[in-house]
Design a protein around this ligand. Sequence first.
Ligand SMILES: [Zn+2]
Length: 318
Amino acid sequence: MGLSKIIDENRRSADQLGWDPSWFGVEDWGTALVKAITAFQRAFEIKPDGWCDETTFRRILSERDEVETPKRPEVLSDHFIFAGERIPVPGAKIITMDEDGALPIRLQGERRRRYNAVERPPESVTAIIVHWDATSSAAVTRRVLEAKDISSNFCIDWDGVIYQYVDAACETYHAGIGIVNDVAIGIDLNCEVGGGEKTKEINRRLVDKGRLPRPIVDGVRINGWRPKPFLGLYGEQVAALTALVSAITKHTGVPLERPASTGDANDIRSLRRARDFGPGIYHHAEVDWKREIKGKFRRSGKWDTSNLDLDAVVRRAA
Ligand SMILES: [Zn+2]
């Protein structure tokens, strides 16, 4: 992309997502901004193209630490909502869309009609797609998704509290691919991820806030690429995911199966083709097959949720 195109794209992105050059420490929209965004991207080990797209916006919004989590109710629910009905999730802490402290996502744009509005019968829901959100909280993620007019059904916050963004009977727009969104429930896991020089810096900040540091994940392979050390999930989040997966699979047509598993939790590969996608539970990266070009996976492909042993989650959810 040429410089003038990048500058145009940054203006468009700023209009849609709600940021301005001062977020990157500069005053105008020209070369200085592109340079500042590029430096910011390099620090996070994300593609340094000078364009503040959604991926970069998630990071800068989290760095600014301005989006507050609504006050939590004293007693949290232990059910989620499917077609308006309460489905029990024993042991979980959940805030559904209509409760005090909720974080509902309601699409406004052209996706409104197809997504978040049409209720699917339970048996037509046959997949769960697990994402990480690459932000500092479920509240930040909701802000990013709404700004992009996309959605997910759940987000498991850093402390294991499950926010239900959208009724689980409704399709949400999270996988980027229609045939996946049609049949899947999307679950985001909150994680700053870090990457590159930001990994340790973010952990220091978490400790300053009185939180435990996140585990540092190393030695993962994702479609042949070995990322630098990055931040992993807290145990509470994995426990909450296990409880939620167990409850969802009992109520819907999602089988407790891992069709894309390589058997090695540190080696995640995408399905080769759309026709390989069937009922089961997936990392987002496993259904990102459209990123494969001439037999090679592009470095920019999705890599969530490559720190998570999803096979173990499925075994424990049984
Ligand atoms: Zn994802």
